[in-house]
Design a binder for this molecule. Structure first.
Ligand SMILES: Nc1ncnc2c1ncn2[C@@H]1O[C@H](COP(=O)(O)OP(=O)(O)O)[C@@H](O)[C@H]1O
Ligand SMILES: N[C@@H](CCOP(=O)(O)O)C(=O)O
Length: 356
């Protein structure tokens, strides 16, 4: 057994993105956390000063969502391969110390609760800690955005809270650099991947404390890439204006106490992504138009969480009645669900030293 010489815990919240009209713009972090318990193991004595690559000696074990399907090979697992990408960008090829990493993931995958965003953020933090890179939050965000090119879920997961974000437009040469879709190909490359600076810009918005998040999570997955592939390349001006008007109102409406259900419900309508995703999610159109603050007091607004299929219902009370109505609508489509009542948390991703 190798001796444990350091322990670090990485914690990353799940997220719900878009919040109706804020497609690729808004994200909130919710009280369900991916954790990595990292043990740094004593390296074997070597006779030379040559940097040793301990990727093959690094082991992963995994509990929670995805434990049946996720690869435990450090060069394949999304968390560790993102970390290897960050290290390679700093000319560190492979883990410079042997690690044992225990991953616990309560975030259901492919459901629109930011599981991949959380994994990518965890990987960037892992690379930063293991390589002792000392990257700032903004620089950590650059790396996450080289992997997930929509900023809403990763920025929320990294920063925490109710976040609005945008990407700076990149120069063509910046978008040509290899990104971590294929990080393995860059690990041994003679030219390390360069990552442009200042890609992501964000602001934390206020959130009224009494607004809770009911998530109704159907028992089927939709890969975010699939849910993005059904969206059009161009939009009608009136649909864009429809969303912009609501987005501007929504960002303040969700900060006000007491929250105004009728204002929020209307401000959470969307014409940019949900109408195109309804064919992927049986019951979606019915749910978002029939479960309202009038029929279900306590409800403020309802939308698809991220790319779906989870439904996000924002509410102040009557949580059981609201979730039952949505659960029932899915059941009528033959779809079972699980319900989680979550808090909007301001806690973003963190890496903390542990006790030996
Ligand atoms: N903790 C994790 N460890 C490794 N891979 C993960 C983890 N979480 C998510 N993933 C990867 O991300 C995929 C889901 O991503 P995506 O389709 O974007 O859905 P989501 O809405 O859950 O982010 C999973 O199929 C898996 O490949
Ligand atoms: N804006 C993105 C958000 C995807 O979030 P995820 O949690 O589903 O990965 C989109 O709607 O495609």
């Amino acid at each position: 057994m190798s001796k444990v010489i350091r322990k670090v815990k990485i914690t990353v919240p799940c997220s719900s993105s878009n919040i109706g009209p804020g497609f690729d713009v808004l994200g909130i972090t919710l009280s369900m956390f991916l954790t990595l318990d990292i043990e740094f193991l004593e390296p074997l004595p070597t006779s030379t000063n040559k940097t040793v690559n301990y990727t093959n000696e690094t082991t992963l074990d995994y509990t929670g969502e995805g434990s049946e399907s996720v690869s435990l090979k450090p060069t394949e697992n999304l968390i560790t391969k993102t970390a290897l990408y960050v290290l390679a960008s700093h000319k560190i090829y492979g883990f410079p110390v042997p690690l044992h990493i225990h991953v616990n993931n309560p975030i259901p995958m492919g459901r629109g609760l930011g599981s991949s965003g959380a994994a990518v953020v965890a990987g960037v933090l892992l690379g930063n800690v293991v390589g002792e890179l000392g990257l700032s939050k903004d620089r950590l965000l650059d790396f996450t955005l080289m992997v997930e090119r929509h900023p809403d879920n990763v920025t929320a997961a990294l920063i925490g809270g109710f976040i609005a974000s945008y990407l700076r437009e990149l120069e063509p040469e910046d978008t040509n650099v290899p990104h971590s879709e294929e990080p393995i190909s860059v690990i041994g490359a003679s030219k390390p991947p360069t990552v442009p600076s200042g890609i992501g810009h964000y602001i934390r918005l206020s959130w009224a404390k009494e607004i809770k998040a009911i998530t109704i999570i159907p028992d089927f997955e939709i890969a975010t890439a699939t849910a993005r592939s059904v969206l059009p390349d161009a939009y009608q001006r009136n649909d864009v204006v429809f969303n912009l008007q609501r987005l501007a109102v929504l960002t303040s409406a969700l900060a006000r106490s007491p929250p105004d259900p009728y204002l929020i419900f209307q401000a959470m309508q969307d014409k940019v992504h949900q109408p195109y995703r309804k064919n992927l999610i049986p019951g979606l159109s019915h749910i978002i138009s029939n479960v309202t603050p009038r029929t279900h007091p306590g409800l403020l607004g309802i939308c698809l969480s991220g790319a779906g299929p989870t439904i996000l219902a924002l509410a102040t009370h009557n949580f059981d009645m609201i979730s039952s109505a949505i659960t029932q609508a899915f059941l009528e489509e033959g779809i079972s669900t699980q319900v989680k009542l979550l808090e909007v948390t301001e806690k973003g991703a963190s890496a903390e030293e542990g006790q030996l």
